[in-house]
Design a protein around this ligand. Sequence first.
Ligand SMILES: [Zn+2]
Ligand SMILES: [Zn+2]
Length: 336
Amino acid sequence: MSLEPIARYETERGILIYRITAQVFPMLTANIYVLVDGAYAALIDTGSGLGASSDHIRRGIEQIRDDWGEAVDWASLARIVITHAHVDHYGGLGALRDLTSAPVAVHELDRRVLTHHEERLTMASHAISSFLWRAGVSESSHASLMGMYGWSKGLLRSVDVETVLHDGDLLDNRMLVRHMPGHCPGQVCLQIDDVLLSADHVLPHTSPHLAPESITPSTGLGHYLDALHTIAAVPGIRLALGGHEGPMHDMYARIEEIEASHERKLGRVFDVCAQPRTINELSKLLYPNVNSYDILLALEETGAHVEYLDQRGELAIANLDEVANDDRAAPRYHRL
Ligand SMILES: [Zn+2]
Ligand SMILES: [Zn+2]
């Protein structure tokens, strides 16, 4: 059995979209979609490959065949699309590659994460490490956070990519590719008629995680909000289906909620910067009750909001002399 019953949706022109839910991390489930249009079938995302994730997808495909009578199997699968190169969405690709030779498509900005996993992990680790020093974490917490960040080392393997996606592509004559950078550089939403597979760009309950673009270009709050405005301006989306959680019947209202939540966070950062503070100090004030890996996520989220305000000239650095003389000194931000 898949974790939850298979859900079935239909676009205005009759393309079917099945949702399989998989346990991708111990505390996180993700949605994998199977697009069926006559004899054509495509798999959207592949889970994490960890724990029971791939098993849930395999059984989900069996259920779509057995319970819904679709002629979907691994041998005839025409396409795999990776919505963005985060482990919970593409980590299962290596394992599923043994079952199918369907060509893999991913946006150009995320391609290298798939094809050169070790290289990207190494470079991203360097960028995270320098971000953490800049944020002002202690040496011991730097070591423990870096240890957590590198957990996936050796678990994932590099995989080939056959099709590189760009904004505006009409993939396989069915899926309109909409590039939505912010949460991930190569994040795409896929529009199929009046249905949007919104991946992690728009989620019904969670505000998608953001990190500063000083760590990874084409991420960060500025890119994310721009992309949120872009998708809000696409008319006629009747149903949005995210990479996690349930269906969204009013995506436009959900986008307004996400925007408002960022406005609130920006306001809070601005308020507490009445005193000069490091990103680490700000993160502890904004997210006082987080533990283990969530500490890193909180630092990144705080860093993204500080970066946004700093880029827009709302903050200044109070200890510039100290930073100028010491590579490891953390800037203290105060509001203007
Ligand atoms: Zn993601
Ligand atoms: Zn995700």
